[in-house]
Design a protein around this ligand. Structure first.
Ligand code: SAM
Length: 295
């Protein structure tokens, strides 16, 4: 998977993408992560990327020109269509299901904001998926981008070393993970549950399942009753004229993150149609068409 990140602070992200499992995934050729400095795409002699908001008010707003030109230039670096993801507190809250969907894509382009955020026309023109890390406001999108990269890359085949690891963690199957123990068997009077020491794999599996159910019921009962709530809202198409899309339409579009075009497990008619459209539409168009057709 290729991941491009557009940011004003690549130095914030650099350590996150070079250390530990993500760094190893890059060395192994599983992930290929590129950080791009937004100022490099400004046509302003002083590399300015922001300006004061029309209508007044505090702070600065990221301007259309550098962001739109950067996205076009970055997308042209690779023939694979990029799924555009814009980090914003106003987006759909990121979770494990979203990470799994993003991991099916061959290429992501993450766009980090700063200051007061983006000129609204950037969203109108690029029609990105809008992803939030949660209901709080940070100074920039870099930490959110690092979280998305980490959660997605560790799901890529080969990234964790042993494929099973990602299957047995919290939120897989809408359950929290069971408790884990390691040596020593006793620590400050607390002992490891006997069943884990006996070597009976069936009993261990049953104990873990029961623990997982119990702590999900206690801590996150919402996960157990989530099926109905997860159904995506009906899509509203604006394929014919994306640039005229109203900001309010995007609320509907945030309902679901699309799996990759042509992803093996997705045989819905809309997915197949998107494959054909993306094949005709080139890199930038592919990204846009895909994200609206698969909702
Ligand atoms: C100070 S915030 C802008 C907030 C914006 N004025 C608002 O109230 O919605 C600056 C940037 O940080 C990033 N950001 C802040 N909080 C975030 C969150 N919870 N999730 C994802 N990105 C976030 C976004 O990229 C955003 O453009």
């Amino acid at each position: 998977m290729r991941i491009d990140v557009l940011t004003l602070f690549p130095e914030v992200l650099q350590p996150h993408v070079t250390a530990s499992i993500i760094g190893r995934a890059q060395h192994a050729g599983i992930a290929d992560i590129h950080l791009h400095q937004l100022r490099d795409y400004s046509t302003d002699p002083h590399r300015k990327v922001d300006d004061r908001p029309f209508g007044g008010g505090p702070g600065m707003v990221l301007m259309c020109q550098p962001v739109c030109d950067a996205v076009a230039a970055i997308e042209a670096l690779d023939p694979r269509p990029a799924l555009r993801v814009l980090l914003t507190p106003q987006g759909r809250t990121f979770n494990q299901a979203a990470a799994q969907r993003l991991a099916t894509h061959e290429r992501l382009l993450l766009i980090c904001g700063h200051y007061e955020g983006f000129d609204e026309r950037i969203l109108d023109l690029l029609q990105p998926l809008e992803i939030s890390l949660g209901d709080f406001v940070m100074t920039g999108g870099e930490i959110a981008a690092a979280a998305v990269i980490d959660a997605v890359v560790r799901l890529l085949p080969g990234a964790l070393g042993h494929e099973e690891a990602a299957l047995h963690e919290s939120f897989q199957g809408r359950r929290l993970d069971h408790p884990q123990y390691t040596r020593p068997r006793a620590f400050r009077g607390l002992t490891v549950p006997e069943v884990l020491l006996g070597g009976n794999h069936a009993e261990i599996a049953a104990w873990r399942r029961a623990q997982s159910e119990q702590r999900t019921r206690e801590r996150r009962p919402d996960l157990l009753a989530i099926d109905a709530a997860r159904r995506p809202a009906p899509a509203r198409s604006n394929r014919t004229n994306p640039n005229r899309q109203l900001a309010s339409n995007r609320v509907i579009e945030r309902a679901a993150i699309p799996p990759a075009v042509g992803h093996a497990s997705d045989d819905r008619p809309s997915a197949r149609a998107a494959c054909r459209l993306a094949a005709c539409g080139g890199a930038a168009a592919g990204s846009h068409v895909e994200s609206e057709a698969l909702r």
